[in-house]
Design a protein around this ligand. Structure first.
Ligand code: AP5
Ligand code: MG
Length: 195
């Protein structure tokens, strides 16, 4: 059964890190909008060049651009066949509504919310040192998370999709929590155990 998952949480909460484990465990395709934008910057596409200044500044790229990129990616054969793990999308209520349209008769199975405090994520990002991990951009991204993205938790909750997991601990500990919560929800893994 192909799963359609969203991983959610503050910048630096460990979405990208845990995504690798989720891909290995559930066979889904990792679709990270941040990674796609960074690839577009590296390729010097028109869209990448337009996004670069916004990203460096810690802002959000406009909804139309993001929804177009995701719609294109979710139509690809590998995603249709294996399901998806969306990382960094949706990030605004408009993107969430559009995602429902994009998925059509594919339904979201769960939205994993990684809970990590502002203090902890700030330390993690400053240690990581990506191009957009300057103190100013981090501060702006976290502010935008609270105003634009955090309200989506209610959107997922209202649809009974929210799985909240404590994101503090080792990578393996956090992944165990995610896996157990997902297995309890989706029955994934139970079939093979029963065989
Ligand atoms: P994006 O790439 O999505 O960045 P982000 O949301 O800022 O999230 P991060 O990638 O910083 O954090 P993460 O949760 O993946 O954490 P990670 O695993 O790296 O977006 C970048 C930009 O693109 C945005 O600012 C925006 O401009 C634009 N954009 C993207 N999508 C968009 C959209 N939909 N709409 C509009 N604009 C969009 O972990 C962080 C660090 O912590 C790492 O160093 C990691 O090694 C470490 N770590 C991980 N787990 C643990 C652990 N358990 N213990 C200790 N350290 C850990
Ligand atoms: Mg990431």
């Amino acid at each position: 059964m192909a799963l359609h998952l969203v991983i959610f949480g503050r910048q630096g909460a460990g979405k990208g890190t845990q995504s690798q484990h989720l891909v290995d465990a559930f066979g889904v395709v990792h679709v990270s909008t941040g990674d796609m934008l960074r690839a577009a910057i590296a390729d010097e596409t028109e869209m990448g060049l337009a996004a670069q200044a916004i990203m460096d500044d810690g802002g959000l790229v406009d909804d139309d651009t993001m929804c177009a990129i995701v719609a294109d990616r979710l139509g690809a054969e590998d995603v249709v066949a294996n399901g998806v793990l969306l990382d960094g999308f949706p990030r605004t209520p408009t993107q969430a509504e559009k995602l429902v349209d994009i998925l059509g008769d594919r339904t979201i199975d769960a939205a994993i919310n990684l809970e990590v405090s502002i203090e902890q994520v700030t330390t993690r990002m400053l240690d990581r040192g990506r191009d957009d991990d300057t103190p100013e951009a981090i501060e702006k991204r976290l502010r935008l998370y609270e105003s634009e993205t955090r309200p989506l938790l209610e959107w997922f909750e209202a649809r009974d999709l929210l799985v909240t997991v404590d994101g503090l601990g080792t990578e393996a500990e956090v992944f165990d929590r995610i896996r157990l919560s997902l297995e309890a929800r989706t029955q994934v893994g139970r079939v093979s155990e029963a065989e």
